[in-house]
Write a protein that binds this ligand. Structure first.
Ligand SMILES: Nc1ncnc2c1ncn2[C@@H]1O[C@H](COP(=O)(O)OP(=O)(O)OP(=O)(O)O)[C@@H](O)[C@H]1O
Length: 303
């Protein structure tokens, strides 16, 4: 593949990234390009390799092989100036329990050259009333909002959100989605979000990469992926011997016509269905769980 120039607008560029833990391969060659200002969702079930991928991009984990550039640098060698340009909302962050919320945010703000105003930020994430409260007394959802505030206090160019809405009630989830849209839309922040919630990915992301079993199985805009999913219709019918049959085809009219001809009349139990994106995702996840990974045809790269 011809390397693109650094000004091509890619904030993240990964090629053939692999990862093994103690000889067990969990990433099997990930290619990823994330463009400036894009909200990119890495969607996958538990254990797919989302956190591992993100930690490699953040510079917290040493990859086994492959090339990675994030904001123009290899994350394994990112310096403090590079680190100040990225924001992290991690999955489990449990320090500073005895600090007051406002104090903690002000403390973190002091690490950055051009931080957001802590009080305004607390309002933005819906924690203004908790400014004087100890971190350990926050509810799970409030804690997560504080994590988000800490992630964006330094005005990052690139924000990593690792399963950010875990534990959010519907209102908090809605508020959070609005905040991400605002950060990306109004401030041009590039966002890499991991989630196992397809609806969340569809709602927020410009592009979605489906990571299943350490491989990217499909990547595209939500509309592209939905179109691709619907391209092969599923035809179900009942055969002469009474057994249920089904077939996936790009040309359901032809199959139905052939079945009609063979049956010499109405086809018993006929059903024609266009799969949704959710059907496709669940199908990939189930095949992986059944150990049929090599048979999954949708493998793709996110470039
Ligand atoms: N430090 C580690 N040592 C050994 N195996 C690990 C380690 N971290 C992760 N794994 C394994 O790597 C695989 C991918 O894990 P990872 O946490 O990246 O998945 P994930 O997609 O983020 O999952 P989840 O949605 O559950 O957070 C899993 O099988 C996990 O058990």
């Amino acid at each position: 593949m011809t390397p693109r120039s650094p000004d091509a607008g890619d904030v993240v560029r990964a090629r053939a990234v692999t990862m093994s833990y103690g000889g067990v391969d969990v990433l099997h060659g990930i290619d990823l390009d994330i463009r400036r200002g894009e909200v990119f969702a890495l969607l996958g079930p538990n254990g797919a390799g989302k956190t591992t991928t993100v930690e490699i991009l953040e510079g917290f984990r040493r990859r086994s092989a492959g090339e990675v550039q994030v904001l123009g640098a290899d994350p394994e060698h990112g310096d403090d100036a590079w680190r100040a340009r990225i924001g992290l909302v991690l999955q489990s962050w449990r320090d500073h329990r005895r600090w007051q919320v406002g104090e903690l945010l002000t403390h973190f703000a002091s690490y950055y050259p051009d931080p957001r105003d802590p009080a305004a930020l607390l309002s933005l994430v819906g924690l203004a009333e908790q400014a004087g409260q100890q971190v350990e007394r926050l509810s799970g959802g409030q804690r997560r909002r504080l994590d988000v505030a800490l992630g964006i206090v330094g005005r990052p160019e690139l924000l990593f959100l690792d399963e950010p809405t875990t534990g959010f009630d519907p209102q908090a989830r809605y508020d959070f989605h609005t905040l991400v849209e605002r950060l990306a839309g109004e401030e041009g922040v590039t966002v890499l979000l991991t989630t196992h919630d397809l609806a969340e990915a569809e709602r927020l992301a410009d592009r979605i990469a489906m990571l299943v079993g350490g491989r990217i199985r499909a990547c595209g805009t939500p509309a592209e992926l939905a179109r691709r999913a619907a391209a092969r219709a599923e035809v179900r019918w009942t055969a002469d011997d009474g057994t249920a049959r089904h077939e996936r085809t790009a040309d359901p009219s032809r199959l139905v016509w052939e079945l009609h001809r063979q049956a010499e009349g109405p086809i018993p139990g006929l059903e024609v269905r266009r799969p949704t994106l959710e059907d496709t995702y669940l199908h990939m996840v189930r095949r992986e769980a059944d150990g049929a990974e090599s048979a999954v045809p949708e493998e793709a790269t996110a470039v």
